[in-house]
Ligand binder design. Sequence first.
Ligand code: FAD
Ligand code: NAI
Length: 477
Amino acid sequence: MSNKKFDVVVIGAGPSGYVAAIRCAQLGMKVACVDEWRNRQGESSLGGTCLNVGCIPSKALLESSHIYASMKHDAPKHGITVKDVALDISTMIERKNKVVNELTQGISGLFKTNKIELVHGHAKLSPGKKVKVHDRGAKKVRETLEAEYIIIAAGSSPVRLDSAPLTDDYIFDSAGCLEFEEVPDTLGIVGAGAIGLELGSVWSRLGSEVVLIEAMDAFMPMADSHVTRLALRSLQKQQLDIRLSARLLSTNIKQNKVIVTYEDPRGAQQISFDKLVVAVGRKPNSDYLFGDEMQLEMDERAFIHVNRYCETSVPGIYAIGDIVRGPMLAHKGSEEGVMVAERIAGQKTEINYDHIPSVIYTHPEVAWVGKTEHACVTAGIPVNVGSFPLAASGRARAMGEKEGLVKIIAHKDTDRVLGVHIFAPQASEMIAQAVTAMEMEASAEDVAMTVFAHPTLSESIHEAALAVHNRAIHIKN
Ligand code: FAD
Ligand code: NAI
């Protein structure tokens, strides 16, 4: 067993941990990163959930399925006849795997360039800022790493339901849903959150009849209700059967089908599917992280308790990403990684948690940053609101994408932009302009006075800013 000393040891090489490790190394620290992820071939694969089974593979399949659906449904409207549009799922999945492999290998390359020591194995935190590394399932400690600072970035895993235990062929979590070898005729998804909507979109575009069973009565409650009303209608038009106020009760596998019983306001309902995906949230990976005699303050949901600088209850030990409070988003974790690295180096870096953008990658996409109109009204904040429908955008019409809108909420007295909500193709790209404007403390007037290229979807942001003061050009104010 070897003992090695570092300035910083990072636990986890997801988007929080690998970014923290790289930034620490850039700042001159001697860094080790311990990660236990293995890919299908049993090899170490960096990038955590995001690169291996999350953000990247889901977007690869969203892209492929969008091309397929466009060729079938949109190409004819453009006067393009495509005969025999056919699906080859194994090529689609192989392409997705190739994208993942290239990116995970890219992180290994970055570790080498930055001289970060990668230690493959399961890390357990011990007193005295020691990290003990085990081989998976083994009790014996393989090596012990010591450091001045420790950054915990161990991420999260899917929540499991006793009422829908995973099986090899019928009931899957999000990772399993990225590996289907054929298109199921019928697919049930428990949970109409981010994963349910994105993976439901993938398989629905490829031909599955998709039903989403969602316990809450509100659809996407965290987004602005104006946008979510439009999004719900649009997704329903795309044949996503979204059943709200529907709580899963039980599942049963019979005659090659998953029989699902759920309860809605009318009582118990039954429906059967070829496959079922459970996407009811994720939980922090804090269960097997601590060795004997090691304690950190935790919250009631097993997240590691941290302050706004990601400091835990033990000085010198930080925690970032999905394992701490806040949205479970890759970019939030990465920015926490940068902040912690820079604070260890003595800088005063902070994160503005109010300006973290959210995106749901349906088509059109839903993206937002800042406050909703409802939150402002509830908090008694006086606001002016400007909206611009995509139907009035020249570029959107040229693209055949007239569904959607941009909505800007500004403070009535200061005109400062408080929230931007977009339902549009490429909303994920457009929202960055809103984040930048809000980070620069822009007013709606500042955005209205900015020149946007024509014709672009982004002009809708300009028009929405003009609409805040009833002077949009291409709609009636
Ligand atoms: P993780 O990515 O979970 O990485 C943690 C790493 O730590 C893993 O490699 C794990 O093996 C390792 N680890 C854990 N415990 C130990 C231990 N004791 N010892 C050693 N190693 C350990 N977010 C977005 O922002 N945009 C998206 O589009 C998006 N899409 C998603 C789609 C899906 C299907 C899913 C499931 C998630 C998606 N997310 C998305 C969420 C995103 O993946 C997470 O927020 C992000 O990966 C969290 O990063 P992290 O580094 O904190 O944790
Ligand atoms: P989620 O929290 O977004 O949605 C889970 C949904 O399941 C909720 O709406 C909840 O009401 C519902 N639910 C819970 N128990 C239920 C039950 N028994 N019956 C019926 N419905 C039930 O979680 P999800 O979709 O699993 O995603 C996990 C996290 O991953 C998200 O919080 C998000 O942060 C991240 N993610 C982000 C993406 C993005 O940024 N585009 C994409 C995918 C995931």
